[in-house]
Ligand binder design. Structure first.
Ligand code: OGA
Ligand code: MN
Length: 308
């Protein structure tokens, strides 16, 4: 069995078939799957037939999974702490229509990359659709390596050594969550370079998100204007595509070389059951450390992503 790869855009995104993700995979197949992430940044696996346990089991080949337990006091709807609620359902399975939940979800409709607001960060997100609305509810992706490559040299020089500070509460504030700028300022942030080497490919990539609330060492307004300009540049149509979900689809994106955002849908009247596993940035996926695949992976690039 070998992977069948259909490019979604000329430069990033691929639909992959020819593999049954519910079954154990050979080391070569795992290397192909991780390698495809390095090449395409977003890989769509249609109609996988994965259930929660198989979703988690498959995700573990990408590295250690982030666990959701302990976020606030919200109860999870899932039996596993590795699953993150990316849909609109309450623990009892009913639609969560209260304003707080809706405002929190609205934050996911801004262009972002997952967990940039943490020091440790996450590389891959694996989002599995269980139930989707007929209209809307797409997920859109942006190619941050392609966008970086296309920046004018002057801008590349300007941002080469800059760092941004990221805050989860800041993006919620932008989305209308009832929190003040002063409260956001008191919350934890994480600092990361605006430009980095993408570990999966060795190419340079922009690293920004709606979570970015300031550029280190710059006046707040000037920094925000720069972030806004870069976000607008990187999300032009030539760098983006949307995925219209069907139940069973798994989409994996690499948070170090893409951004994403959720599309609008009638989230009060239509169910959207989406579950996500998320892979910690370090240590790297086991296959990256496997000497048989040293021509494809350079472990030191993954190690470089963890910094003070
Ligand atoms: C996510 C996310 C958007 C969507 O799961 O990280 O941003 O369309 N999801 O569900
Ligand atoms: Mn997200």
């Amino acid at each position: 069995m070998s992977l069948q790869i259909r490019k979604i855009t000329p430069h990033f995104g691929a639909e992959i078939t020819g593999v049954d993700l519910t079954q154990p995979l050979s080391p070569e197949m795992e290397a192909d799957i991780v390698s495809a992430m390095g090449d395409y940044g977003v890989c769509v696996y249609p109609q996988t037939g994965l259930d929660d346990a198989a979703h988690i089991w498959f995700s573990r080949m990408f590295g250690n999974l982030w666990t959701v337990s302990g976020i606030g006091t919200r109860k999870s709807r899932f039996a596993f702490p590795h699953l993150f609620e990316a849909g609109n359902l309450n623990p009892d399975g009913s639609i969560s229509a209260d304003e707080t939940a809706r405002a929190r979800r609205k934050g996911d409709r801004l262009w972002h990359t997952d967990s940039s607001f943490t020091k440790e960060r996450t590389t891959y997100s694996l989002l599995l659709a269980h139930e989707v609305p007929e209209e809307g509810g797409e997920t859109f992706f942006a190619d941050m390596r392609g966008a970086y490559d296309a920046l004018p040299q002057e801008m590349k020089d300007r941002i080469e050594t800059l760092e941004a500070e990221h805050s989860y509460q800041y993006s919620r504030m932008l989305a209308g969550f009832p929190i003040t700028e002063e409260e956001v300022e008191r919350m934890p942030t994480a600092r990361h370079p605006l430009v980095h080497i993408h570990p999966g490919s060795g190419r340079k990539s922009l690293y920004i998100a709606a979570h970015a609330l300031r550029i280190v060492g710059m006046e707040k307004e000037e920094g925000r204007a720069l972030i806004k300009e870069l976000l607008a540049f990187a999300t032009q149509p030539q760098f983006t595509f949307g995925h219209k979900w069907q139940a069973g689809d798994l989409v994996i994106w690499d948070n170090f070389c893409t951004m994403h955002r959720g599309g609008e849908y009638d989230d009060v009247n239509h169910r959207r059951d989406m579950r996500r596993t998320t892979v910690m940035a370090y240590p790297p996926p086991p296959v990256v450390m496997d000497p048989r695949f040293s021509d494809r992976f350079d472990p030191s690039r993954f190690e470089a992503m963890v910094h003070d």
